[in-house]
Write a protein that binds this ligand. Structure first.
Ligand SMILES: *C/C=C(C)/C=C/C=C(C)/C=C/C1=C(C)CCCC1(C)C
Length: 241
């Protein structure tokens, strides 16, 4: 069984001009390398920070496994692996919300904050999935609903409860929280741009058409590995203080 699943994967021919396939392949390698880095660093941290760094590793590891399938799906079938993409996101984005919660716990973050952010992110992803698959002709509408949920997350971390907790925590936690906020505002904004490049809607004249997977692959590498490194750095700094 394993043979049939994995051996063909390794020998699929990739065309020299298949830049989409290339970004899937490089994305897969980058996620694997990042996972190894986070997991192997775990023993240097005390208990308080180990969970946060472990979650960084889980995020890139879950992505690595999905990229392994997605690069294969692209090479064999030649279509966007939309289903795997969203399964990946629905697992990893809530884990990114968990990262916010974990670093803010020292300032007294409540579980309700975590659940609020997870609910926003699930709404964002389910509606985005509907727009890309089931209701393609209404992609603009579903993208808008998804965008509202995205802005709810942005609001929560920049101005809402999470930002207040970060200010209360101060120091390294506040500094790292700020960087994560920028990742969500700028790095995550690549996703709706990719969505608009790859779906049909009023925005088609405004935004150049492009490959949705290239945009998503670049965004995933920046956001998942970048996020993890910010948390890793915070753990390193807090440890030596
Ligand atoms: C590791 C994966 C991450 C951080 C994925 C994030 C995905 C988004 C922020 C997606 C957002 C979308 C919109 C705001 C509107 C259009 C539909 C989506 C789902 C692409």
């Amino acid at each position: 069984m394993m043979k049939f699943l994995f051996i063909p994967s390794l020998i699929t021919k990739m065309s020299e001009t298949d830049y989409v396939g290339f970004t899937f392949f490089v994305g897969c390698m980058a996620m694997m390398a990042a996972s190894a880095f986070f997991f192997l660093s775990l023993s240097q941290f005390d208990k308080k920070w180990r969970t946060s760094v472990l979650v960084s590793g889980l995020i890139t590891f879950i992505a690595a496994v999905h990229y392994f399938y997605m690069k294969e799906y692209w090479a064999e079938i030649g279509e966007s692996p939309t289903f795997f993409r969203y399964v990946d996101w629905v697992l990893t984005v809530p884990l990114m919300c968990l990262e916010f919660y974990l670093i803010l716990k020292i300032a007294g973050a409540k579980q309700s904050l975590l659940w609020k952010m997870i609910i926003y992110s699930v709404i964002m992803l389910v509606t985005g999935y509907l727009g890309e698959t089931v209701y393609k002709s209404d992609a603009a509408f579903w993208g808008f609903v998804s965008g509202v949920a995205y802005f709810a997350i942005v609001y929560e971390i920049w101005l809402g409860e999470a930002s207040k907790l970060a200010k209360a925590a101060g120091g390294n936690v506040l500094a790292s929280h700020k960087i994560l906020c920028w990742f969500v505002l700028v790095g995550w904004a690549i996703y709706p741009l990719g969505y608009m490049m790859g779906t049909t809607g009023w925005y088609n004249g405004l935004i150049p058409a492009g490959n949705i997977d290239v945009a998503y692959n670049i965004a995933d590498a920046i956001n998942k590995i970048g996020f993890g490194l910010v948390v890793y750095n915070l753990a390193v700094k807090s440890q030596t203080n």
